[in-house]
Ligand binder design. Structure first.
Ligand code: T4K
Length: 374
């Protein structure tokens, strides 16, 4: 039994002493929040790192999603995926919108574009796909449908930090993309998030919305919210950014190790990512098929008994939760249902050692553990 638990992810924390100068600067300036100097620097640094024109920082990814929907004045019904974290659908519901769940492609885990048109009604105003695990959606097909029916596209890009396709950042697609910088993400600011947009006018509108709708001392131009990122969070982001390439490199090493160790295991399906795009190695999903010696939940429990906390992201489907059950015809979500019942995300972070990854694989492969345990 390993004493140190192995979690699905562990945040990368740079050496504490590297953070002290940032804190001293904040203490000296007494500027704690509301678009302070750290906030401005992080926006500039992220635009450059990600290769995007405009980015508006937020206090978390969920408020970024809520605000993106407000910014485009989305109404009525929005087509989205049931195979995601609940925040995706909750952001719609909190805006008074109806999520319409459409099935996924079982090989990419993303919304299946060929199933979208059948779900469009006169009340549909937008599509909200998710780049699940940082795996890019079929953005061209989705945009084609959006153009044909005059729909907006808002990407839930919570997992997609640093992911690129042949033309550049995946975050440039659609009308807006919202990303998460939560502690469990590849790039984190403890809590945090952002909206990516293409022009300064939209960014100004989003900036107003995240600051109560305030445009000036005497003028409130919209019903806004408090979505601002604090200076401490922004400062931590600036420090993280210095280490991000190394952190992603370490994740890649673990992901490649898993791939080699598990690619021939009977009943374990992997390799869901195409080789073309630049990946961020945010998650390592496997599917436990019927031909594996244990069920998905038995393997999940077996790993737990060794202090290894793999996670069933995303099970149950969002559409199976009590508040969404009445909105959906479950029969139409066959792929999502079957993926959700077989999925397991293995521990993956820059903090995981190859020995720990080896232990995870030995348990999955039913090999002898390094300490002789079976
Ligand atoms: N859209 C999508 C597609 C998302 O996946 C998410 C969030 C959002 C939108 C919303 O973005 P945010 O508003 O969160 O910025 C976690 C995260 O809380 C959540 O951010 C994330 N998706 C989701 C997929 O995973 P839980 O409930 O599984 O987290 P929790 O607390 O069980 O943490 C998982 C493991 O990580 C723990 O077992 C240990 C480790 N951990 C966690 C934290 C918080 C640490 O080592 N340190 C930590 O500080 O939701």
């Amino acid at each position: 039994m390993n004493d140190k638990p192995i979690y699905v992810t562990e945040p990368y924390l740079p050496p504490l002493e590297e953070f002290i100068p940032y804190l001293e600067e904040i203490w000296e300036s007494k500027r704690l929040t509301n678009n302070g100097p750290m906030h401005q620097k992080l926006e500039d640094a992220l635009c450059e790192y990600l290769g995007v024109p405009e980015i508006a920082l937020f206090n978390n990814g969920t408020i970024a999603l809520l605000t993106a929907l407000q910014a485009l004045r989305i109404s009525g019904e929005v087509i989205t995926t049931p195979f995601s974290f609940v925040a995706t659908a909750h952001a719609l519901t909190w805006n008074g919108l109806k999520p319409v769940f459409v099935d996924i492609d079982p090989n990419t885990f993303n919304l299946d574009p060929s199933k979208i048109e059948a779900a469009i009604t006169p009340r549909t105003t937008a599509i909200m796909p998710v780049h699940c695990y940082g795996n890019p959606c079929n953005v061209e097909a989705i945009q084609e449908i959006a153009d044909k029916y005059n729909l907006k596209v808002i990407y839930d890009a919570a997992h997609a930090f640093g992911v690129q396709d042949a033309g550049g950042s995946i975050l440039r697609h659609g009308d807006l993309s919202a990303i998460s910088f939560h502690a469990t993400k590849v790039f984190n600011t403890f809590e945090g998030g952002a909206i990516i947009c293409s022009d300064k006018k939209t960014k100004q509108h989003i900036n107003n919305l995240k600051n109560f709708g305030i445009a000036s001392e005497t003028s409130v131009v919209a019903v806004g919210i408090n979505g601002k990122m604090s200076e401490i969070n922004a400062a931590f982001g600036l420090l993280q950014l210095k280490h991000i390439n190394n952190a992603i490199k370490k994740r890649k090493e673990i992901a490649q190790f898993y791939y080699q160790a598990l690619r021939e295991t009977k009943g374990i399906k992997l390799n869901f990512f195409s080789n073309q795009e630049t990946r961020n190695y945010s998650y390592f999903p496997i599917i436990i098929e019927d031909s594996y010696s244990l069920s998905r939940d038995e393997l999940y429990e077996k790993l737990r008994s060794h202090n290894i906390y793999a996670r069933r992201y995303f099970y149950p489907l969002i559409s199976s939760h009590m508040m969404y059950q009445n909105t959906v015809n479950m029969g139409a979500l066959t792929n999502a249902q079957s993926v959700s019942e077989g999925i397991l995300c293995l521990p993956l972070s820059s903090e995981l050692s190859l020995d720990e990854a080896q232990k995870v694989c030995s348990i999955i492969n039913n090999d002898l553990l390094p300490n002789g345990e079976l």
